[in-house]
Design a protein around this ligand. Structure first.
Ligand code: ZN
Length: 167
């Protein structure tokens, strides 16, 4: 069913085709291979600057959206660089620069960290998002819009119609 009267408001399920470039024009991500990304509008599932720009768009509509770092993945924070002793890591783990690791902070919260450098005094980890500090240049096209189910609204995320889901 084509719902041409729909435009993007909170709690609609949005299917979005996108291309993401950085300032240098290089494409670093797009929906070309995996198909449109699906998310619940208004639930913070995509970067804030992009989510804000989507309100009111209809199916088939497309536009360019430029997102500054503070509305994207944040500014880079030099305090988020931290040297961690080698013995924190399993000895069979082959650490390499660029590798993403899941770390736990003292409260048990999971944080992503990226190996920046292997040093004599330990491993230099960067807790910044890899796209922190970057201005994001999106080109987006609304592929589909539909109302969310009660269950999706309760869970706060989109359910894939092809797969059973329990949580
Ligand atoms: Zn669910």
């Amino acid at each position: 069913m084509v719902q041409t009267d729909l435009s993007i408001v909170d709690d609609l399920v949005v299917s979005l085709d996108y291309t993401l470039r950085l300032d240098d024009g290089k494409i670093i991500d797009s929906s070309t291979e995996q198909g449109p990304v699906e998310f619940l509008q208004g639930r913070g599932q995509i970067v804030p600057g992009l989510e804000q720009a989507l309100y009111g768009m209809a199916v088939g509509e497309e536009k360019g959206v430029q997102v500054a770092p503070d509305e994207g993945y944040g500014e880079r924070n030099d305090d988020a660089l931290q040297v961690v002793p080698d013995d924190v890591f399993p000895s069979d783990l082959d650490l390499e620069p660029g590798m993403a690791l899941q770390m736990r902070d003292p409260s048990g919260q999971v944080l992503m960290a990226y190996v920046t450098e292997l040093r004599a005094d330990g491993v230099l980890l960067d807790f910044n998002h890899p796209l922190a500090g970057e201005t994001l240049h999106f080109h987006v096209k609304v592929a589909d819009l539909r109302a969310a189910t009660e269950e999706e609204l309760a869970h706060g995320h989109v359910h894939d119609s092809e797969h059973a889901h329990q949580d």
